[in-house]
Write a protein that binds this ligand. Structure first.
Ligand SMILES: [Zn+2]
Length: 113
């Protein structure tokens, strides 16, 4: 769905309940689509509601920590680490994001999505 309201400023796309919202004019690369598909898989296995609760809680916990809180959320770490691997979802174990919870926070910034 292309809208001007969602996602919020600074973000390219937002995935709500498996529906992808992007600004008009945003190019949907394979990499971006794969990133969002990884989020869809995370949401399904978390029964959607728990995904948003966990995502929000982890973001709040990481806010005062070093680095970019959004980028260090384990759901985002998993999605960013594997978005270039277009076959990732075929072999992804359930709850794979848990492996990304303890990784050292990275402070480098990339384009948000
Ligand atoms: Zn993401």
């Amino acid at each position: 769905m292309r809208t001007t309201i969602l996602p919020f400023k600074g973000f390219t796309a937002i995935n709500l309940l498996g529906l992808l919202f992007v600004h008009p004019g945003v190019y949907l690369s394979e990499e971006l689509m794969n990133h969002e598909r990884i989020h869809s898989a995370q949401q399904r296995e978390m029964l959607f509601v728990f995904f948003y609760i966990a995502y929000l809680l982890e973001w709040l916990v990481r806010l005062p920590m070093r680095g970019n809180a959004y980028r260090n959320i384990s759901f985002e770490r998993e999605a960013y680490a594997n978005q270039r691997n277009l076959n990732y979802l075929e072999s992804r174990p359930m709850y794979a994001w848990r492996r990304y919870m303890k990784r050292r926070p990275n402070s480098y910034q990339r384009k948000k999505r």
